[in-house]
Design a protein around this ligand. Sequence first.
Ligand code: SF4
Ligand code: SF4
Length: 119
Amino acid sequence: MASHWAPEWAEPQPSGEPDDEAELRPDWDCQSCGACCSYSAEWPRFTLETDEALALIPPQFVAADERGMRCEDNRCSALAGKVGEHTACQAYAVRPEVCRDCLPGDHACRTARAAHGIR
Ligand code: SF4
Ligand code: SF4
């Protein structure tokens, strides 16, 4: 499987641990989590999006420098709800590539969940 982009804070597993593919947890429900959307202001940054794709993101959710999603502290402004209970992305259909690439159970997901105490 082609590896997907991972933010710098997503530390690789120690040698010998299963890879991302083996760790994926499609049973983890993002709508009762939201940890990766509320982990780091450096995370929901734009990468490979086209200008056309970026233009679809509601401007109130875009950072002043236009290099990523606007965050309040570590939380993406597009995230609604309470982390660990019930959350929703208010820009889901037009969310950045990094958000599409983060999969339940991968390193970035597990790092964010651990930081929020979500098992
Ligand atoms: S941390 Fe993982 S389970 Fe939680 S919202 Fe992100 S991808 Fe989904
Ligand atoms: S755009 Fe949506 S999926 Fe991406 S970090 Fe913000 S709330 Fe999460």
